[in-house]
Write a protein that binds this ligand. Structure first.
Ligand SMILES: [Zn+2]
Length: 352
């Protein structure tokens, strides 16, 4: 009997080691340890043996059963692991393969690309890029920019107010970030602020939502000449290496002096006429195109951030604000600003 138990044990051990799947292994478990199997049968019939054999046979049969259970468990674990591995290998999906049929690759919106072109030019001159809230306090949007309550210039930028909080509005320009940026760091500061702004306007060159880029430079000894040099670099990055800029006196509440900035026309090279003698349609024969407003930061504005180190007697600076859509329209000949926001692919795909 003892030798039969050893025989069963070694036969079962060999079969378990050779099992190639967990299904096959389950069959072996039933065959060697199941209810009708020989080894459990031996254990059930221990009591029928002569008393002097019971201990030896029972011990051997129990050890054999325990050993086979352990072998089955270990083999099951390694089979499970390798079956999982091969399942994973079989199910592998290469997400870098092209789709079938291949999907067209998208591209950034023309407004976003224009914004990045401007940012690149400004970062190249040492500016950092910052963003600010679109829902703004009256204080930052108007008051701290020298538009006190009742100032007529507020009317030019009529906007959307929060009904229950009349001091909260959708910002009308990116300029509120001038004061916000100065509150976070002492001078010198060189920052550009791109973002969405809102006004109650809608026609071919106005949309209730559009994008602006604000630039602010404050340090000791900054002059209007620095502003002009900065604008010339920017204009050449946007409209070509041979561009020139000119400044015309203007009025903005938060800069003094204020200027409107023209760039020489990139279509007629500033002559106002096309090669066939007809009037240039982009600059309307003027040779110059207005691109943005700018000026030296009004000392009154610095007064709002004096406690952050902006002493108007010690530091000066300039700011400009430009409409990103306007630049994109000029560069690409887009006749209506609202087309940027129609989501018409025939329009957007022209600028891939
Ligand atoms: Zn022209």
């Amino acid at each position: 009997m003892i030798s039969r138990i050893a025989e069963i044990r070694s036969e079962a051990a060999a079969a378990i080691a050779a099992a190639g799947s967990s299904e096959e292994l389950e069959g072996l478990r039933v065959r060697y340890l199941g209810r009708k199997a020989e080894l459990p049968g031996v254990l059930r019939k221990i009591s029928e043996l002569p008393p002097e054999e019971r201990g030896k046979v029972g011990g051997a049969a129990n050890r054999a059963r325990k050993e086979l259970e352990e072998l089955l468990g270990a083999r099951a674990e390694s089979l499970d692991a390798s079956e999982l591995d091969s399942k994973l290998a079989g199910d592998r999906l290469d997400v870098t393969l092209p789709g079938a049929p291949p999907h067209p690759v998208g591209h950034a919106h023309l407004v976003a690309r224009t914004q990045r072109t401007i940012e690149d030019a400004m970062v190249g001159m040492g500016y950092t890029v910052a963003e600010g809230p679109e829902i703004e306090h009256d204080y930052y949007n108007f008051t701290a920019l020298n538009h006190p309550p009742g100032h007529p210039a507020r009317q030019l930028q009529d906007t959307f107010y929060v009904q229950s909080h009349p001091e909260v509005l959708l910002r009308t320009h990116t300029s509120p970030m001038q004061v916000r940026a100065m509150e976070t760091q002492p001078p010198p500061i060189f920052v550009v602020v791109p973002g969405k702004v809102y006004r109650r306007d809608s026609d071919a060159t106005h949309s209730p939502m559009f994008h602006q880029m604000e630039a602010l430079a404050i340090a000791e000894g900054i002059t209007l000449a620095d502003l002009k040099g900065t604008l010339l670099t920017l204009a050449r990055a946007l409209f070509g290496e041979t561009r020139e800029v000119r400044l015309r006196p203007h009025y903005f509440p938060f800069t003094e002096p204020s200027v409107e900035v023209d760039v020489s026309c990139f279509q007629c090279e500033g002559t106002g006429a096309l090669p066939d003698g007809s009037r240039c349609n982009i600059c309307k024969g003027q040779g110059w195109i207005e691109i943005l407003g700018a000026g030296m930061v009004d000392p009154n504005v610095l007064g709002f951030v004096e406690q952050y180190g902006y002493d108007a007697e010690r530091v000066q600076g300039f700011a400009y604000g430009l409409g990103i859509e306007r630049v994109a329209m000029l560069r690409h000949g887009v006749p209506d600003l609202r087309r940027f926001f129609d989501n018409d692919l025939r329009m957007l795909e022209q600028f891939a």
